[in-house]
Design a protein around this ligand. Sequence first.
Ligand code: AMP
Length: 208
Amino acid sequence: MNFIFLGPQASGKGTQAILLSKKLSTPHISTGDIFREAIKKGDELGKTLQSYIEAGNLVPDDLTNKTIEKRLRENDIKNGFILDGFPRTIDQAEFLDKIIQINKVIDIQISDKEAVHRISSRRSCACGKTYNLLYNPPKKENICDLCGAELFVRSDDKPESVKIRLETYHQKTKPLVDYYKEKNILITIDGERPIETIYEDIINKISK
Ligand code: AMP
């Protein structure tokens, strides 16, 4: 099965996508992670990506579509995959439809107020693990449980960028809810509940 996780920033879609990918043993594909890896290389492409992401803007569709097309050509997706953070615009969804079939879209919903609240307490580690100081803090203050590195606030989690990201979500990404509803593959999940409860809800709904 090929899945998409939709939802605003800090809805928990990344966390749930990783849990589902472990359960199904299928790859978790996050365009945000792919872009952050490219930025680490520090080349021209990385610098271009960084300028969009740090400002809280979307990376342009043609560049994003090419990135995902390349990733979906790899062999590990043949038994299914989980997309997290792609598509984020109608143009991207239409592009995806042309290259592969999607079976279910899981839309995790939270209010803007909750998103802002969660993002302001989010801390990240270079190893990819994220924490929330309110709901799942690290065991040692500001230190990653997994690798011992110091945690940081992602540049696009700073308040100026968060406002732009939420506006962009409503304008460009929210229309995807109707896009997939019309295709009868949308599953709606209340994201303002504990991680385990949401996970069980997802497993129940995708098995129906
Ligand atoms: P994420 O980790 O999913 O929150 O992504 C971090 C940032 O990467 C986003 O705020 C965008 O700037 C960029 N990005 C990730 N996925 C996409 C996408 N599908 N389309 C455009 N930009 C994206």
